[in-house]
Design a protein around this ligand. Structure first.
Ligand SMILES: [Zn+2]
Length: 328
């Protein structure tokens, strides 16, 4: 039986207490406010007594991401009432619809590049982040982004929507890539709870075939050109982990027909029924053999291979693939 006495959650509760007391001072007859204040006081008492974050039904720990979202919850997911469960399902479905709407159109053609992606949440919502932004203000080109937020479920999907909004606004400013990553890192450090971070690749592809790629602790980017597969490894620490981070960039020039292949670890870490991992080496070999395919076909071939490999073994993570190919 684990208890949570996270100073962050405690400060959250104390902040709520202060606000409720202020509101009640103005409207002392408000019954729902006093009920809420009682609940907050009770949560603070549980924290003092070392039983905060413990399910009142089974005495197991309550999910940490749910406590972060609502510090007053008293039951673990397994012990919600039917009504609470139905509300939660409705909220999740709404969150999933919001998340789907944040995805870029596909296939997308822009600045001489054709892009296609596959976005597959493990549950209802995903902690993977994928975006394509055509930018004409400042440095011209197609910005491509693929990331993976720490954790899973609702908390991860919230951070994913935060990343989406942040990069959309940073992109509109037209900053150099490394600087954009540095700013995103600082913004994330300042705005998220400790322990929440994201690995992420951010790149820019121009009409003349120049590409620039910066990676914050993400899986390698596979560059398919000259009949071979090059790997561009990470150039910095995950976003949100340390406030001061440097994000150098890889640069290259791609010819017509060359491609970039990006993935989250939900792809490279697919397992077979015996627990064996697919791995980056095999993935690189596969896309190397299929490098002449268009983005849609390459994505499909890769998914088929991963499904054949797993032979129906249960999935363990969100999975996203993103392919960009230089075309006329
Ligand atoms: Zn329980």
């Amino acid at each position: 039986m684990a208890t949570i006495t996270d100073p962050f959650l405690q400060s959250q509760l104390e902040e709520r207490k202060r606000r409720l007391e202020d509101a009640l001072a103005a409207k002392p007859e408000n019954a729902s406010l006093s009920q809420l204040l009682q609940e907050v006081d009770s949560a603070l008492h549980r924290m003092e007594n070392g039983v905060y974050g413990v399910c009142e039904e089974c005495h197991d720990s309550i999910e940490k991401d749910r406590l972060l979202a609502d510090p007053l919850v008293r039951l673990c997911l397994d012990h919600l009432t039917a009504l609470q469960r139905r509300r939660l399902e409705e909220d999740l479905e709404l969150a999933a619809r919001v998340q789907q709407r944040l995805l870029p159109p596909r296939p997308l053609r822009s600045h001489g590049w054709r892009a296609h992606y596959h976005y597959e949440p493990l549950g209802v919502v995903s902690g993977d982040y994928c975006d394509l932004i055509a930018s004409d203000g400042g440095p011209e080109g197609l910005l491509f982004l693929l990331g993976d937020v720490s954790g899973k479920g609702v908390a991860a999907s919230l951070l994913m929507t935060h990343l989406h909004a942040m990069f959309r606004s940073l992109a509109s400013v037209g900053l150099p890539l490394g600087e954009m990553m540095g700013r995103a890192n600082r913004l994330l450090c300042e705005s998220t709870a400790a322990g929440q971070f994201a690995t992420l690749v951010c790149g820019r592809a121009t009409r003349s075939g120049e590409i620039e790629i910066s990676s914050a602790g993400h899986c390698p980017v596979l560059v398919l050109r000259d009949g071979e597969v090059a790997r561009y490894e990470s150039t910095g620490m995950p976003l949100g982990m340390f406030c001061d981070g440097d994000y150098p960039t890889h640069r290259a020039k791609l010819e017509l027909g060359d491609s970039l292949f990006l993935f989250t670890d939900g792809a490279s870490e697919v397992r077979d029924t015996l627990g064996g991992e697919y791995g980056v080496d095999r993935l690189a070999k596969l896309v190397g053999c299929q490098r002449t395919l268009a983005p849609e076909a390459l994505t499909a071939a890769c998914l088929k291979e991963l499904r054949d490999f797993s032979l129906g073994a249960p999935k363990a993570d969100d999975l996203t693939l993103l392919v960009l190919r230089r075309e006329d």
